[in-house]
Design a protein around this ligand. Structure first.
Ligand SMILES: O=C(O)CCC(=O)C(=O)O
Ligand SMILES: [Fe+2]
Length: 368
C-alpha cells in the first residue's frame, strides 16, 4: 500500500473538547468521525448479579467479572439486579407524563442556579462539552436527602450537621405540577437504586482485594442524584433541521452510575481506539459505568469513560441516570491495594464534593 493510499483510508478525526478538573478547565482528544457501531459483548459485557447476595465464592467470582469490565471499558450491563419491574415502570410513566407537561408548568419546578442545579432544566440550558452547542435534552433531577433514605428512617435527628450542610435547601423542585405520584414513584425508584449501588460498591471492594465493608463508612449519606432525561424524537423533521448531539461528551463525576434507557439507540461510548460505539438498550438491564472519583481512588485502575448521547431516531428517548458517590464530607485517598512501590498514589485525598466543586470552578473559569 502506498503512502497516499494509507492516507486516504485513514479514518478522519475531529477534536473533542472535554471538561477537566484542572486549569484551563478543558482538554481535547482526537476522535474518529466514523459512524458508531454496536458494542460487542466483550467490550460491554452483561453481568448477572444473581450471586451478589450469595456465598463468598459466588461474590468473589462476580467481583472479578465486574472488576475486569471496570478496568477495560469502564462500562457493563447488569441483569438480575433486583430492582422491581413495577418500580421501573412506575417511575418511567411519571417521567413521561412530566416531560409532556406544558413548558410553563415544568418551569414551575425549574432549577434556581442561586440555590442548586436540581429541578427542571429545559432544552439548551446546559453544555457539558465546551467545544459544541448547548445540550438539547431536557431533564429533571434531585439529590440525596436523609429523609428519603430507608437507612435513616425514624432517626433524622441524628444526622450530623456536616452532612446536612452539604444538602441544598431546594424543596421547591417538588412543587405541585399536577402529578400526584411524581415524587413518590421517583423516590421509590431512587431508593431501589441506592440500595443496589451500596451493594455494588461492596462487590467492588471485594474485587479490589479490600474488606467487603471497606467503603461502608462513606456510603452512609452518599451523593445520590437521580436525573430523568428526555431526548425528543425527530419525528418527520428533515435531516438538515436535526440537532447534532443531545448530550455532549463527558465523564460522570462520582463513583458509579446506574442507567436505565428506553428503546432506541442513543448512548455512545468512546473506546480505547477513540471510536464511538453504541451501548444499545437491553431489556431487563441497567448500564453501569465508573465515575471520575472512583477512577481517582483506584489510581486510574478503574476507568471513567467518555460517553455522549445522540438522538438516533424518529421517536422520543428517555433515560434515567442514578449517580452514586461517597459521603460529601469524607475525604478519600487512593486505596491501599492500588498503590505499589512502582506505582505510588497519583492523587491526594479529597472529598467527592471538593472534586465536583473543582470541576465546576474550572468550567466557570473557562466560560467567563
Ligand atoms: O441518556 C443516556 O443514555 C446517558 C445520560 C448520561 O450520560 C448522563 O446523564 O450523565
Ligand atoms: Fe453520563
Amino acid at each position: 500500500m502506498t503512502a497516499i493510499e494509507t492516507q486516504q483510508h485513514e479514518p478522519a478525526t475531529t477534536k473533542l473538547w472535554l471538561r477537566s478538573y484542572e486549569d484551563p478547565g478543558f482538554i481535547y482528544r482526537h476522535v474518529s468521525t466514523r459512524s458508531p457501531r454496536d458494542c460487542t459483548p466483550e467490550e460491554i459485557p452483561v453481568i448477572d448479579l444473581t450471586h451478589m447476595f450469595g456465598d463468598v465464592a459466588g461474590r468473589q467470582k462476580l467481583a472479578a467479572e465486574i472488576l475486569h469490565a471496570a478496568e477495560t471499558s469502564g462500562f457493563f450491563y447488569i441483569k438480575s439486579h433486583g430492582v422491581p419491574e413495577a418500580t421501573i415502570t412506575g417511575s418511567q410513566e411519571e417521567a413521561k407524563k412530566f416531560f409532556y407537561l406544558p413548558e410553563e408548568v415544568k418551569l414551575g419546578v425549574k432549577a434556581d442556579p442561586a440555590v442548586s442545579f436540581y429541578g427542571y432544566q429545559g432544552p439548551g440550558t446546559r453544555r457539558v462539552d465546551p467545544g459544541t452547542a448547548p445540550d438539547t435534552r431536557e431533564s429533571f433531577n434531585f439529590h440525596y436527602q436523609p429523609k428519603f433514605d430507608p437507612v435513616h428512617q425514624g432517626r433524622l435527628a441524628d444526622v450530623p450537621k456536616d452532612v446536612t450542610q452539604h444538602i441544598p435547601n431546594d424543596d421547591y423542585i417538588w412543587n405541585d405540577v399536577g402529578l400526584p405520584k411524581f415524587q413518590s414513584e421517583l423516590v421509590a425508584y431512587w431508593q431501589s437504586c441506592l440500595s443496589l449501588a451500596r451493594q455494588l460498591v461492596r462487590i467492588l471492594a471485594v474485587g479490589l482485594d479490600l474488606p467487603e465493608d471497606y467503603f461502608d463508612r462513606v456510603t452512609t449519606y452518599p451523593g445520590s442524584d437521580l436525573t430523568l432525561n428526555f431526548y425528543p424524537g425527530y419525528g418527520d423533521k428533515p435531516v438538515e433541521e436535526r440537532g447534532e448531539v443531545e448530550l455532549n461528551a463527558h465523564t460522570d463525576m462520582q463513583i458509579l452510575t446506574l442507567l436505565w434507557q428506553s428503546e432506541g439507540r442513543g448512548l455512545q461510548i468512546l473506546n480505547t481506539e477513540n471510536e464511538w460505539i453504541f451501548a444499545p438498550p437491553i431489556p431487563g438491564t441497567f448500564v453501569v459505568n465508573i465515575g471520575d472519583f472512583l477512577m481517582r481512588l483506584t489510581n486510574d485502575r478503574l476507568k471513567s469513560t467518555i460517553h455522549r448521547v445522540k438522538q438516533n431516531g424518529k421517536f422520543d428517548r428517555y433515560s434515567t441516570a442514578f449517580f452514586f458517590g461517597f459521603n460529601f464530607n469524607e475525604k478519600c485517598g487512593v486505596v491501599p491495594t492500588c498503590v505499589t512501590e512502582s506505582m505510588p498514589a497519583k492523587y491526594q485525598p479529597v472529598t467527592c464534593g471538593e472534586l465536583i466543586a473543582k470541576r465546576l470552578a474550572a468550567v466557570q473559569q473557562s466560560e467567563s
